[in-house]
Ligand binder design. Sequence first.
Ligand SMILES: [Ca+2]
Length: 318
Amino acid sequence: MRLFSNQDTPSRSVGGIAAIATIVILVALWMYYQQRNTTAKIDSEDHVLISNDRLNSEKFRSDAWFLPDDDLFGFVEIAGGPFIMGSDPNVDPLAFDNERLTTATPQGTVNLSTYFISRYEVTSGQFLAFVKATGFQLGPRTLSTASDHPAVNVSWPDALAYCRWLDDNLRTSHQTPQRLKDVLNGGWRIGLPSEAEWEKAARGTDGRIYPWGDTPRRDRANYQFTHTLPVGSLDCPECPFGLSDMSGNVWEWTRTPYHQNLQDSLTAQVNLDAPALWVMRGGHYGDPPQYVRTAIRGGADPGARRAFIGFRLVISRF
Ligand SMILES: [Ca+2]
């Protein structure tokens, strides 16, 4: 379209320039808006993509402690029954020795009762709501990430304190959806997952190596990267139970004391007064593929506050 020419009158030229300036301003505003609503994503060939992430501002309730906006506040039911736990090095050559169920039986079936697990890692926004409500004393870097990123630099006691506050809060608040209240009133409580609960949620019942299958995929989880992403940034339609970031983003605390094989951890009596390392699962944003497998496990000192350790929640009968 021709806007103006040498034959145009001065007034028509001024009008054309104004039209162009208006278009430039509108394009600049549109680009600014897009930038504010985007987040980095990584495709299967390691390209960093920029995608629109308006979803994240819509999926948490600012009027309800920034919990996910559904009738269970983001908790997902995991039906009772068996699953395959542990790693057989004949099946998964990347397996570490500490992923064995027992020394003699590296992989086996474990049966769990029904429980609920949170779809996302606990976010900074959710943790901040707890801090504001209670005056809880933070670590110096605890809320260093944006509100929809996972809460990091949280110790094991910090995570437990959040769980206890949320449990008390949701039992008594009129904001709690009735379906969730019914669950909590049925003898269940909010806490950290056991490592068996965590592993079943991550790999489902078929013993898969990653939540989406048996080969690494950087378009499904945040790893081999430089920083955390907003929780739930990467879609994973193949992942069991619709959970996000079980692999990568941040390691996640569990309520299980660390032992060198799984069976000893599963059967250990929890003694909060005894020195222990606590199991964390799932790997973090900077880890290689081997460290974001569903069976990966590490032990951390309960007081550790690290930029790559966060947590998620369960509702269980523990
Ligand atoms: Ca994670």
